[in-house]
Write a protein that binds this ligand. Structure first.
Ligand code: NAP
Length: 321
């Protein structure tokens, strides 16, 4: 960690705390982004499928025009949607994101998922008459990666990476790439610590970003998994450590990940929570508390996002991803 940033393989620095924007839209997101930028966030995580790139673009333009920040001060991440996960769609998708974000380049462009959906105009998650997701099984990761590399070569993306890919899928790309894999963004939190994947990425010099670092409670409820997956913000071990350090549970959960050298992108649209989620740097967790938090790992039982919300996804030959 250098200056609260992570050094990417291409020499870029990425702020280790970013602002997550999934499920944040319109006016609420606009306000939240202003608060986040005032609070010091300089890394924003979005994706085509979040359908909020236009709002983010408007807020960024306002900040650039005011002279309060420059383009080079901020690190923007967006992602190739599953419905565009084909070599011929990469350029079209990144151009659309850049147009909506009102930017000439993104700092990091990720392949959002290892799987692809059929292309249906106006529908990111097309379903058949039985409600099953329309999978496109022709996905060729190596060919898609080659198109991602072109986006770096022509300046639309400073760096490229992967999201939701497993060791096998990452290895396939590593064996067939010219431009380095600069990031892996995966679900990672105290209940799903992904120690094997983290070790693999360390060996390959691939930095990691943890998504859903606070346990994305709203989504857990939506998936009807509240019984299986406890609320980590209410975990007794976390509450006890929080009390001792006079911090919130969220700060303990985030600091634990950051102290392991992994970036976090918590989402909040609440002013106080946005501010507390970036107050992670003038203090540290003692080794015995890091150990206690490390012991909370539930391994695969702690996984929230297994993509089964897409009915029929298990038919995919590479499932589980
Ligand atoms: P998360 O950040 O783990 O949790 C967000 C939830 O926690 C929201 O309900 C938020 O509510 C609440 N929260 C935030 N700060 C809090 C605090 N200090 N104390 C208590 N509650 C707090 O979940 P996430 O949105 O799933 O993940 C974060 C980001 O990762 C996303 O926004 C997105 O950018 C990215 N992501 C990527 C993928 C991928 O496939 N690559 C998948 C999922 C997520 P309030 O807003 O009311 O504060």
């Amino acid at each position: 960690m250098e200056n609260n940033s992570i050094l990417l393989p291409n020499g870029q620095l990425m702020p280790i705390v970013g602002f997550g924007t999934w499920q944040a839209k319109e006016e609420e997101l606009q306000k939240a982004l202003d608060i986040a930028l005032e609070a010091g966030y300089r890394h924003i995580d979005t994706a085509t499928v979040y359908e909020n790139e236009k709002i983010i673009g408007q807020v960024l333009k306002k900040w650039f025009d005011s002279g309060k920040i420059k383009r080079s001060d901020i690190f923007i991440v967006t992602k190739l949607p599953p419905s565009g996960n084909r070599p011929e769609d990469v350029e079209k998708c990144i151009k659309k994101s850049l147009k909506d974000l009102q930017l000439e380049y993104v700092d990091l462009y990720l392949i959002h998922t290892p799987f692809a959906f059929e292309k249906v105009k106006g529908d990111f998650h097309p379903q058949d008459e039985n409600g099953e997701i329309k999978l496109d099984l022709s996905t060729d990761h190596v060919k898609i990666w080659a198109e991602m590399e072109k986006q770096v070569n022509c300046g639309r993306a400073k760096a490229i990476g992967l999201s939701n890919f497993n060791v096998h899928q990452i290895t396939r790309i590593l064996n067939n790439s010219k431009v380095k894999v600069s990031m892996l963004q995966v679900e990672l939190h105290v209940y799903l610590q992904q120690k094997h994947l983290v070790e693999f990425c360390k060996k390959q010099n691939i930095p990691i970003t943890a998504y859903s670092p606070l346990g994305t409670r709203g989504f857990v409820k939506l998936l009807k998994k509240s019984q299986e997956i406890p609320d980590m913000l209410q975990d007794n071990v976390v509450l006890e450590i929080a009390k001792n350090y006079k911090k919130s549970s969220a700060q303990i959960l985030l600091r634990f990940i950051v102290q392991n050298g992994i970036a976090v992108i918590p989402k909040s649209t609440n002013s106080q929570r946005i501010k507390e989620n970036i107050q992670l740097f003038s203090w540290e967790l003692q080794p015995e508390d890091m150990e206690k938090l490390s012991n909370l790992d539930l391994h695969e039982a702690g996984r929230i996002c297994d993509f089964i919300m897409f009915k029929g996804i298990k038919r995919h030959p590479e499932y589980p991803f």
